[in-house]
Design a protein around this ligand. Sequence first.
Ligand SMILES: NC(=O)c1ccc[n+]([C@@H]2O[C@H](COP(=O)([O-])OP(=O)(O)OC[C@H]3O[C@@H](n4cnc5c(N)ncnc54)[C@H](O)[C@@H]3O)[C@@H](O)[C@H]2O)c1
Length: 409
Amino acid sequence: MGNSKVVIVGGCGHVGLPQGIVLASKGRHDVSLLDVDSAKVEAINSGRMPFLEAGAPALLQKVIGTRLNATLDAGCLRQAEVVITVIGTPVDAHLNPTVNDLYRTVDKLCTQMLPGSLLILRSTVYPGVTKLVHDRIQARGSDIQVAFCPERITEGNAIEELTKLPQIIAAFHPQALSRARQLFLSITPTIIELEPLEAELAKLFTNSWRYLNFAISNQFYMLAESYGLDFYRIHDAVTREYPRMRSFARAGFAAGPCLLKDTLQLSAFASNNFFLGHAAMLINEGLPNFLVSQLRVHDLRNRTVAILGMAFKAESDDRRDSLSYKLKKLLEVEAGEVLCADPYVSDPSLVPVEEAIRRADILILGVPHTAYRNLPIPSGKLAVDVWGVWPADQSWRKQPEEKVSAARL
Ligand SMILES: NC(=O)c1ccc[n+]([C@@H]2O[C@H](COP(=O)([O-])OP(=O)(O)OC[C@H]3O[C@@H](n4cnc5c(N)ncnc54)[C@H](O)[C@@H]3O)[C@@H](O)[C@H]2O)c1
């Protein structure tokens, strides 16, 4: 497929923008990023990334204004052979999957897209949604074809992963499948074909599997720590030169806009009988509560606590569904004062890390940004590190006066 015209709906977001950059630079397609966020459109058109993504700034500069442009104008749809939609698919206030935004978007797209063009659903969707969208389009008498090609990158590594990870594709019509295959072959070597329902489940299994794995580690962490034991001494012992434990993750906040949401989608699909998923949610979402309960013996009411790292994961500026913010909320009820720092997140309530360290009695590593890994922690401060990156001799365990109460932190 040489030099197709592609529109990405939701193209200025965390999935859409790297996708557009890679399709334009490596795939050599002409790509329009259609979005409703004028600030992001403006930033991208002037060559600035609106969020952190490794390798993206240089590539964006190369293609913006030539093969790539961002726009608020849906008129670009009238020239596109392929339209990829990557708008968010959140769960609602009752934690149930929703399709209303997607339906509204698809209905509108159908009135603007070229006859016979290809619509690729790339957001993570509730199983069966590809079929519903396909049937909905057919019921309108439209010959727009539908494919489901889930995105499996991790934020921050998208540019590299988009050209390396196998791409799962699915469609009801062989021609739609063939067009999707050609598009993705222009950027990545391996294509895997599945039926649409299989592909929808494949994406949800991927995210839920990661979420369950983090829950195992977090459960073991809480178990060890509640007995005053250093989880990472045990983790190191069981993973060192022992291949069967290679996938034993480190503990830490399992957060962000995808893992919990997609576990909830799978749970809804399992008629709420996804017991492992529900257990994982209680464990992962309960980790901040565990930390606060362990800290209660330290006279929280009269202590200043600092959380270092507010993004949902390391080296990211994305604070969506970050558990550091949940921890902040919990601590604000119980602690004297709560200070928060992050080198990447834009939030006017944050303070410089030096100030946080100087003023706080208790330091909690919210996210293991590289910049926070080797911080000098003054003696006399309590340091809490779920991630196991601060040297043990700087942590609360080595504070002799705290050792007695170790069983409670
Ligand atoms: N973030 C990830 O790492 C990741 C990875 C794989 C899959 N996904 C899935 O991809 C989807 C998008 O996630 P994201 O992180 O890119 O979200 P995002 O919020 O970063 O991006 C969504 C973009 O869509 C735009 N938008 C919203 N409504 C629109 C509309 N009607 N028309 C045009 N643009 C519109 C928003 O302004 C935003 O720029 C979700 O379903 C998510 O589950 C995300």
